[in-house]
Write a protein that binds this ligand. Sequence first.
Ligand SMILES: Cc1cc2nc3c(=O)[nH]c(=O)nc-3n(C[C@H](O)[C@H](O)[C@H](O)COP(=O)(O)OP(=O)(O)OC[C@H]3O[C@@H](n4cnc5c(N)ncnc54)[C@H](O)[C@@H]3O)c2cc1C
Length: 310
Amino acid sequence: MRVNPLRTLILAAAGNDTIRRVIATAPVSRDVVRRFVAGETTEEAVAVTRRLVESGLTVTLDYLGEDTTDAALAEQTVQAYLELLDRLKAEGLSDRAEVSVKLSAVGQLLDEDLALTNASRICRAAEEAGTTVTLDMEDHTTTDSTLRILAELRTTWPWVGAVLQSYLHRTLDDAVRLSGDGSRVRLCKGAYKEPGTVAFDEMPEVDRSYVRCANALLAGTGYPMFATHDPRLVRIIGERADHHGRKPGEFEFQMLYGIRPDEQLRLAHQGHTVRVYVPYGGQWYGYLMRRMAERPANTVFFLRALMSKK
Ligand SMILES: Cc1cc2nc3c(=O)[nH]c(=O)nc-3n(C[C@H](O)[C@H](O)[C@H](O)COP(=O)(O)OP(=O)(O)OC[C@H]3O[C@@H](n4cnc5c(N)ncnc54)[C@H](O)[C@@H]3O)c2cc1C
């Protein structure tokens, strides 16, 4: 997007192997990572979940990993989710904590059927644990495949959630299509580097699209989940929700772990359902780079940490 050249630069750097090696192995990266990532193990993820739940928030957990082109790694990701869901149930957290799954981490790039089979195993485990699954949305080349898998999963588990990205031109149509009964939709701006042929170029356009899609979801009969840290959008969503007669609990706000934690609590104290997206696991690089690209202040925080320690 033209609005933030730094974003383009960081997302390009994220694809560079040398930069990836330096950052992923720098000891100082750990401190920065800790601000945005719950830890590497299931134990650490569950501990952070408990703390957030005890403060009045709800959670969606993401086992980090994406773009898997290896069936064994996809299997490892499935196993991580099965173990996590088991633990959430055992710890009595599954009524307040669900999971978010990137289909590319469970084999989407290898074979759509493999991704569907693996996602089905996670959905079955979520059902047994008494919780839900949301399918994260990745770059635009995967949107159709992800929505096909979503539709297939929803025939058995109607509660499987979708994510729509307001930066894509197509999203208003998708929002209208997915605004019916039982449909859980997370609306976000979108975090990938996309060409102008499919995505809006300027941030004000992305924001206007967000409001149009939000209206479509609020006017429907599904359960909208508004994922944004943007104070202006949070205010507008509140107003639009009132307009559509939606009470707190009939939609929710979502924010990322480590970003605007005070705002998360403020909204929760007002009676809103607020869900914190909690990533964990060793494959944090791509996730961290997207957070850097979104906000220059995050990058400054990272560079300052790099310069202040060996
Ligand atoms: C729960 C959740 C799930 C997501 N899932 C996906 C997904 O599946 N696919 C996908 O492509 N993207 C996903 N995203 C990322 C999303 O698309 C955006 O890239 C990201 O949320 C940044 O957009 P924003 O709406 O917060 O607004 P931005 O335009 O990044 O920020 C707007 C304003 O928010 C405030 N703000 C932002 N960050 C901070 C901060 N660190 N501290 C203080 N204020 C801040 C500032 O006022 C800023 O001007 C998800 C985001 C969330 C919150």
